[in-house]
Design a protein around this ligand. Structure first.
Ligand code: ZN
Ligand code: ZN
Length: 179
């Protein structure tokens, strides 16, 4: 799927699911744009702050590398997710991320149509970086993936089971290289 222009999708979603509250005089309240080619850890984000969104003070950014290869519904679902954040922030003026107002609006949108589903987590294949280390519990043998070694981290399961959730030296994880 080639890169789609985002504004027409924004305006349609705004009409269908936000009663038009996310635009004024035909202009989106926050800027909406594709990322550059490097944004590969998340499918999209919304943020507000001085200097963002070309002076508009807030922006929605969608990941070009993650969404470009996926069907259009992935772009719509991601854009809609970020629009709910913008709506909670700019229209309701609430400070919450995936709180009750976010979820209520998300569920209403999911119930109102079946073109796409919005989820709290972006649920398409965001490439996960492989672990560099396995942390192995010497007592129960549980293996936990880690990006880096953590000194004196202990097995949560064993500490909960045998020590009322308190750290104990006999369950300190042993790190094995995973690469
Ligand atoms: Zn979110
Ligand atoms: Zn254990």
């Amino acid at each position: 799927m080639p890169l789609l222009p985002l504004l027409p999708i924004f305006h349609r979603l705004n009409r269908e699911h936000f009663d038009g509250t996310l635009a004024m005089n035909g202009q989106p309240l926050s800027s909406v744009r594709w990322s550059d080619g490097r944004m590969s850890r998340t499918a999209g984000f919304y943020r507000r702050g001085p200097g963002t969104g070309e002076g508009r003070g807030s922006e929605i950014v969608l990941s070009k590398p993650l969404l470009e290869p996926l069907p259009q519904e992935a772009t719509e679902s991601t854009l809609c997710h970020e629009m709910i954040h913008a709506w909670v922030d700019l229209v309701l003026r609430r400070r919450e991320s995936h709180g009750p107002r976010f979820r209520e609006r998300m569920e209403a949108i999911n119930a109102a149509q079946n073109r796409f589903q919005v989820s709290v987590r972006h649920s398409y294949p965001v490439p996960v970086r492989p672990p560099r280390w396995w942390a192995v519990c010497p007592s129960c043998g549980s293996r936990y993936p880690y990006r880096r070694r953590i000194r004196n981290a202990a097995c949560r399961r064993c500490c909960e089971q045998h020590h009322g959730g308190r750290w104990h030296c006999s369950f300190v994880l042993q790190f094995e290289s995973a690469v």
